[in-house]
Ligand binder design. Structure first.
Ligand SMILES: *[C@@H]1O[C@H](CO)[C@@H](O)[C@H](O)[C@H]1NC(C)=O
Ligand SMILES: *[C@@H]1O[C@H](CO)[C@@H](O)[C@H](O)[C@H]1NC(C)=O
Ligand SMILES: *[C@@H]1O[C@H](CO)[C@@H](O)[C@H](O)[C@H]1NC(C)=O
Ligand SMILES: CC(=O)N[C@H]1CO[C@H](CO)[C@@H](O)[C@@H]1O
Length: 397
């Protein structure tokens, strides 16, 4: 009898011990798996990678200015000021892993150097998905910034005009800039390609911009089809509620593709009108030619601004593979960045007058406007040309 109880007791104890043993084994096993897993995936390589990434980033925007300008398309000072602005206005959020500097640096590789997300992911040692996410966050932030950066800053007549008496002054008093359209390659779905092709061999969006004499964009309208006529795009810009507002009594210079209208002064048609046509050739022979020469000397500003924009941001050299909406935003963001970089003076991407003059394109655009010239403004132009000519050669009898 006692023996039976004793055996039962032993059996019971043995079971309990076995259970305890199994539990201990499991616990040890679980612990080891866990620590091994953590070690393999979370700790060691991440630290190495973070250190390596920080080293690269440090070299990128804490290193030499020349390196920063070629990689990030702006000087260190301008870059850090931009990041500080985005930070202080809470347009971008700093996460514990990705600093605002790194987010902007990744964005600049995409638009400035035309790198693919995959190359950026490799360089910054991030998943492509992260690169893509931050690209869009920075893009949206810059578009908000664009609302403040792209505006008419001053309606005073610029010193470029006032410091050239007899040449530009007082004739161009009241002129606050120049406007023009440019074609930026665009990638669009097949069914839209006809509308976006226009006269160019590639599909493009027609971007209208007004530029002041400091080469800053003061108005930008992007997203029109490449086949849209420039003057039609201008009409749209002027009639939008939040569109181009030309201050009372001020005006912009435009090229011969536009008709004269209040606030827009193109050169005389059917007369030499482009600076290039005067290169190394005879002097202007009549009031219209003189007017057109001086007009085009001032108007190159807008061409230089576009040239500088395309020089700095390599993404505009070919069709980017983004939805059209994103491509339009990229134009706005880059125009804002263009303004931003100019605040600290021109850098190496900015064409100066002479360099631009030397690099003028061979072909002259030959366009005409379907709109009628505004009589008052056509007369104003006539009057300006007459005064200029009389000041130059004396009054005609
Ligand atoms: C760049 O330098 C600043 C101070 O000089 C420092 O705070 C920052 O961490 C550096 N950036 C990187 C990525 O090392
Ligand atoms: C820019 O990148 C795209 C996509 O990788 C490529 O197709 C295109 O040729 C590049 N453009 C230039 C000018 O390098
Ligand atoms: C411009 O176009 C008109 C007709 O549209 C043509 O008569 C004229 O020769 C062209 N001029 C140039 C410089 O191509
Ligand atoms: C037209 C213009 O100059 N807009 C802005 C360009 O960028 C600077 C910021 O650095 C602004 O101060 C300007 O208002």
């Amino acid at each position: 009898m006692y023996l039976k109880y004793y055996l039962d007791y032993c059996h019971y104890m043995w079971k309990r011990r076995m259970l305890a043993g199994i539990l201990v084994c499991l616990a040890v096993y679980w612990y080891r798996i866990n620590t091994r897993k953590r070690k393999r995936i979370t700790y060691a390589p991440m630290v190495d990678r973070d250190v390596e990434r920080l080293r690269r980033l440090n070299r990128l925007y804490n290193g030499s200015d020349a390196h920063c300008i070629s990689e990030l398309r702006m000087s260190k000072l301008v870059f850090h000021k931009l990041c500080a602005e985005l930070r202080s206005r809470a347009l971008l959020e700093e996460t514990c892993h990705v600093t605002i500097e790194e987010q902007v640096a990744m964005f600049m590789h995409a638009v400035g150097l035309n790198w693919t997300f995959r190359s950026i992911a490799f360089e910054f040692m991030r998943p492509s998905e992260t690169v893509s996410r931050y690209f869009h966050l920075v893009l949206d932030a810059l578009c908000i910034l664009a609302g403040d950066l792209i505006c008419i800053k001053s309606v005073e007549t610029h010193s470029k005009i006032t410091t050239s008496p007899g040449r530009f002054h007082p004739y161009f008093e009241g002129c606050i800039g120049a406007l023009d359209g440019t074609h930026i390659p665009a990638c669009v779905p097949i069914h839209m390609q006809d509308r976006f092709r226009g006269r160019k061999s590639f599909t493009s969006q027609n971007v209208l911009a007004a530029v002041d004499f400091d080469l800053r964009f003061i108005y930008v309208l992007a997203g029109w089809e490449g086949s849209a006529h420039d003057s039609y795009v201008l009409q749209d810009a002027l009639s939008r509620p939040n569109g181009l507002k030309i201050p009372e009594g001020k005006y912009f210079l435009a090229d011969a593709g536009y008709a004269a209208r209040p606030g827009v002064l193109p050169p005389f048609r059917s007369t030499r009108y482009h600076l290039k046509e005067y290169r190394g050739t005879r002097e202007p022979e009549n009031p219209k030619e003189l007017f057109n020469l001086r007009h085009s000397q001032l108007r190159t500003t807008v061409e230089r601004a576009f040239g500088t924009l395309k020089n700095r941001f390599k993404i505009f050299a070919s069709q980017p593979f983004f939805p059209l909406k994103t491509q339009v935003k990229i134009v706005m963001a880059c125009c804002a960045l263009h303004n931003w970089t100019l605040e600290d003076g021109p850098d190496e991407y900015v064409y100066d007058d002479l360099a631009w003059y030397a690099a003028l394109p061979r072909s002259i655009r030959n366009r005409s406007d379907q709109y009628q010239e505004n009589v008052a403004w056509a007369n104003k132009r006539e009057e300006m040309a007459k005064t200029m000519w009389e000041d130059k050669v004396g009054p005609s009898l």
